[in-house]
Design a protein around this ligand. Structure first.
Ligand code: COA
Length: 700
């Protein structure tokens, strides 16, 4: 028998067990092993077959590492055809996550049972794909068209109980002993003479679908798909499930799957999948680096950031104390947390009981003495280096030795903060993004003296609280905010050169950004940047801020004051172009002696995104980021960069580094060298005909 699939007969039930760590993905060996085992079972004394997995999960999908390689026999559809035509009942027994091809395998079985903690789902859309092994044909046949569309276009997994209600799981087991319970269920089916159900035999009555349903659904999904094509193809497949016989539907599915798998979007999304997992790994740190036990956490500061961070810990059951200067500020902070949870409860996404549990884990204090014995402190106070140093001196004096002392600073020098303590090895940056309980990115900032076990602990903890971590060395703004400077600057300068705010933002949004840069400014508040500029010793170049300054000085602070680069509808918060701002831009351009001109879409894209790439190249060269993929992750999870473009560095490789380099040189020559200097690494790679991916390979 195969090394990754075993087969034995127990109590007259043939038990096929997959054991292919880490996630039992459907590699060629697994497919072949299952196929052979099913064929062997046809000829022995077994009366039914159970398909289950060892380890942490049922089959978690196709083996993504095989994508893009020449197909290897047996194909997944070939394996499923053998499963589906078994003369003996086949029962999938699910634990962990049955995802993608794994769930499609279960759907090709006659019955599905699962432990209560199991989840099933078709997450292919998150890789720019569609389920290519019958998922789009079988799920609507069982769960109905609407539920299938929701499940497959969102890619979100469904817990066992809900899957049971939807008919996707036939039996929820007790979950104490998967193998014994699955065998017992199989015996029960055999003994009760259960039918040889096959999902393919179910038909959907086309008349049950209201006219125009699919067109409407397409329109609805397009709004949230941000230019991704997979959702649309999924809808076409489900439409085929309604209108065509099973085998023809499968053909449609296969054809559209083949189209997607070679698409640049899917390539980008697969890159993002692996980059995300790679980013959690710290070069030079062995896998078995010890981690410190984090049982209790304290957060200094209960403002928007501190409160959001506290929620992250309470959400996973870790008690957290908020420390404030006075009771009033503390009450305010705790009140905001309560309100945020209540909103989630109202939306039906959290039960009252769970809210109560989480709130009970969050307590407050105004005394550092109360946090003496915590394992991790995260400082989230005002962005002022002196205040931060003061906090760390105090923490050093009170908190137990061995605790991790983290700062949530977005710009300040983590080394300098560490030096305010006698234990710089325990100090690390944990840069959350606002709102901290929602945004997935956690930039982990490694100070010069940060200990290895502190880094490994924070990386592991980040994952535990649902974050995607990326490591940065110390520099002004770390990876994300440092890169953002050039992007924001060009958005501003494009206005002076003749583009309108609507034009800049809509081009960025058409590119796939969650929100254009000027609209983001309005959302965050234009006064924040204004105050930061006022505090600078040296006055910034007016071309980078003259409009933003004028807006703030005329009381336009962004959404919170009802107007910024745009006017905002007080009821709907919808943004509207404002002729007053357009006039102000013209006046300011004139004041600076800039002749305005028509700006093309291509120029906007290149001027916004090429500075990100150029700064990214500097960041790599300086060793601030470990890999180009880490930079991509920062932008995908922290800045709304479109996943279908894979992140700025992956995007650069797709455009071609020579082209990026040439265009930056062209801007240097036409727009001025102040803000356009190609990074040496970009120049080198372009001249050598290489990509950032090549650099990553060469630099291990
Ligand atoms: N193919 C190949 N490798 C896979 C894989 C797949 N389908 N799914 C996960 N892996 C690998 C990861 O790359 C990682 O490898 P590494 O340890 O070398 O970095 C390892 O398995 C563990 O994955 P990770 O995501 O870190 O573990 P987890 O326990 O947090 O999550 C899953 C497990 C299965 C929920 C998650 O990996 C997942 O969502 N996988 C993708 C499933 C999918 O999209 N399937 C459809 C494919 S078309």
């Amino acid at each position: 028998m195969s090394s990754v699939v075993s087969y034995e007969v127990i109590n007259n039930v043939g038990v096929i067990k997959v054991n292919s760590p880490p996630v039992n993905a459907l590699s060629q060996a697994v497919r072949e092993g299952i196929l052979n085992a099913v064929q062997a079972a046809q000829k022995d004394e077994s009366e039914a077959i159970v398909l289950m997995c060892e380890g942490r999960t049922f089959i978690a999908g196709a083996d993504i590492t095989e994508f893009g390689k020449p197909p290897m026999e047996p194909s997944l559809p070939a394996m499923l055809a053998v499963l589906e035509s078994s003369s003996k009942l086949v029962i999938a027994a699910i634990h962990g996550t049955a995802l993608g091809g794994g769930f499609e395998t279960a759907l090709a079985c006659n019955y599905r049972c699962a432990v209560p903690s199991a989840k099933v789902g078709l997450p292919e859309v998150k890789l720019g794909l569609l389920p290519g092994a019958g998922g789009t044909q079988r799920v609507p046949r069982i769960a109905g068209v609407k539920a299938a569309l929701e499940m497959i276009t969102s890619g979100n997994p469904v817990p066992a109980a809900q899957a049971n209600d939807m008919g996707l799981i036939d039996e929820v087991l007790a979950g104490q002993d998967l193998q014994a319970e699955a065998i017992a269920y199989a015996r029960e089916l055999v003994e009760s003479g259960a039918l040889h159900n096959r999902v393919r035999d179910i038909t959907i009555d086309p008349a049950s679908i209201e006219p125009g349903f699919f067109d409407n659904y397409r329109k609805q999904v397009a709004k949230r798909a941000r230019g991704q094509i997979a959702q649309d193809r999924i809808i076409s497949c489900v439409e085929a499930a309604v209108n065509l016989p099973m085998d023809e539907g499968l053909e449609v599915e296969r054809k559209l799957f083949s189209e997607l798998i070679t698409s640049p979007q899917s390539k980008a999304m697969r890159h993002a999948f692996f980059a995300e997992r790679e980013a959690a790994k710290i070069k030079g740190l062995p896998k078995d680096t010890p981690v410190r036990d984090i049982k209790k956490v304290a957060i200094i500061g209960s403002g928007t950031m501190g409160g959001g961070i506290a929620m992250c810990f309470a959400n996973v059951g870790i008690p957290v104390q908020l420390v404030e200067l006075n009771q009033e500020a503390l009450d305010r902070g705790l009140g905001v947390i309560q309100k945020n949870y209540s909103i989630t409860v109202k939306k039906g996404k959290l039960s009252e009981a769970d809210m109560a549990k989480r709130l009970a884990l969050i307590t407050g204090t105004t005394s550092y003495d109360d946090i003496k014995d915590v394992d991790l402190v995260i400082e989230a106070v005002f962005e002022n280096p002196d205040i931060k140093k003061e906090v760390f001196t105090k923490l050093d004096a009170t908190v137990k030795q061995g605790a991790i002392l983290a700062t949530n600073t977005s710009y300040q020098d983590v080394n300098m903060i560490a030096e305010a303590t006698k234990r710089p090895q325990d100090v690390v940056g944990m840069h959350f993004f606002s709102p901290a309980n929602v945004m997935k990115l956690l930039e982990v900032v490694r100070g010069d003296k940060t200990a290895d076990d502190v880094l490994s602990t924070v990386m592991q903890l980040g994952k535990k609280i649902g974050k995607v971590c990326a490591l940065s060395r110390v520099c002004y703004g770390f990876i994300g905010n440092r890169m953002l400077t050039g992007y924001g600057r060009q958005a501003h300068m494009l206005l002076l050169d003749g583009a309108t705010p609507t034009q800049v933002d809509s081009v960025a949004e058409k590119f796939g950004m969650a929100m254009g840069p000027l609209a983001v400014g309005d959302l965050a508040g234009l006064d924040i940047g204004y105050k930061a500029r006022q505090a600078l010793a040296e006055k910034p170049d007016p071309r980078t801020c003259i409009i933003a300054d004028a807006l703030v000085e005329s009381g336009r602070l962004g959404q919170k004051s009802g107007a910024g680069y745009y006017k905002y509808d007080p009821a709907t918060r919808a943004r509207q172009a404002d002729p007053e701002v357009e006039q102000l831009i013209k006046d300011k351009a004139k004041e600076l002696g800039i002749t305005q001109r028509d700006i093309s879409e291509e120029e906007i894209v290149d001027r916004l995104f090429f500075p990100l790439i150029n700064e990214g190249a500097l960041i790599l060269e300086e060793g601030i980021a470990q890999r180009p993929g880490d930079i991509d992750i920062v932008y995908l999870y922290g800045y709304g960069f479109p996943v279908a473009k894979g992140g700025p560095m992956f995007y650069a490789d797709q455009v071609g580094l020579q082209k990026v380099y040439d265009r930056i040189c062209e801007f240097r020559d036409t727009l001025g060298a102040d803000f356009w200097q190609p990074a040496p690494l970009l120049e080198k790679l372009a001249k050598e005909g290489k990509t950032f991916a090549d650099w990553a390979k060469e630099n291990g």
